[in-house]
Write a protein that binds this ligand. Structure first.
Ligand code: ATP
Length: 234
């Protein structure tokens, strides 16, 4: 579904991605792991069109989409939930959800918002509340729900569990699994390596701008040396 070939991204003179090759097959959860500063967020921003690669190609559903803008990629079916969520805190929960569907021209938006609220009952209860008053976990659910309202084929999740209490983290991972089961492909960046690998089909490990390991999740989980060396003990 998504294929990166030799993708190189810079911040000015600094090369953050040194030739990334990565594939995300349709219908799977692929997780991208690695220490702070490895280049995971840069990879996500490059896929979503926020950063433009200097070299390499990005193909989505067989089409070369390298260099397209975020709004063009969103229309093609790639939605990003960025690190730190980026919800609109001075707008209500409902307004945030409506923003997720702003580019859609079909008549199904209202029904989709109703369905999302059934799936996330807390957002139904809090729909008239300002998004900034939600707890961290609720804000993450809102950010995910908002992205789902764009009807993505590929959902990019950048550290969705960051800063959340363990119970909420489990809930977020359950939601990600359900999103896959409902037919959306997921690329997941996580610090919480073990939990990510438990729900993922395949894992990539990054170090200083490069992919150093690409294995089936179950094999990564089974190799304690790798888990300890690159992924922490969580
Ligand atoms: P983290 O989990 O800390 O976000 P990461 O793996 O997502 O880590 P990136 O945020 O992609 O890593 O950063 C990759 C490299 O690019 C790092 O060396 C970082 O210092 C650098 N970098 C990130 N953002 C910028 C920026 N806006 N300007 C310059 N350098 C940056």
């Amino acid at each position: 579904m998504l294929k990166l070939t030799n993708v190189q991204t810079y911040y000015g003179q600094i090369q953050a991605l040194k030739g990334i090759d990565l594939e995300v097959p349709e219908g799977q959860i692929i997780t991208l792991l690695g220490a702070n500063g490895a280049g995971k967020s840069t990879t996500m921003k490059t896929i979503a069109g926020i950063l433009k690669p200097k070299k390499g190609t990005i193909e989505f559903l067989g089409e070369n989409v390298t260099g397209l803008r975020p709004d063009q990629l969103l229309r093609k079916g790639i939605a990003l939930v960025p690190e730190g969520r980026a919800i609109l805190s001075s707008m209500t929960v409902l307004e945030n959800l409506e923003m997720g569907a702003y580019h859609r021209k079909d008549k199904g938006v209202k029904e989709d918002i109703d369905n999302v609220m059934k799936r996330f009952p807390i957002l139904f209860e809090r729909q008239t509340q300002l998004a900034g008053t939600l707890s961290g976990g609720q804000q993450q659910m809102l950010a995910i729900a908002r992205a789902l309202l764009s009807k993505p084929k590929l959902l990019l999740l950048d550290e969705p569990s960051m800063g959340l209490a363990p119970l909420i983290v489990s809930e977020i991972f359950t939601i990600i699994k359900e999103i896959k089961e409902a037919g959306t492909t997921v690329l997941l960046v996580e610090q919480n390596a073990k939990q990510a690998l438990k729900i993922a089909d395949f894992g990539y490990v990054m170090e200083t701008g490069k992919i150093i390991i690409e294995w089936k999740s179950s094999d990564l989980l089974a190799d304690s040396r790798i888990v300890e060396a690159y992924l922490g003990r969580k």
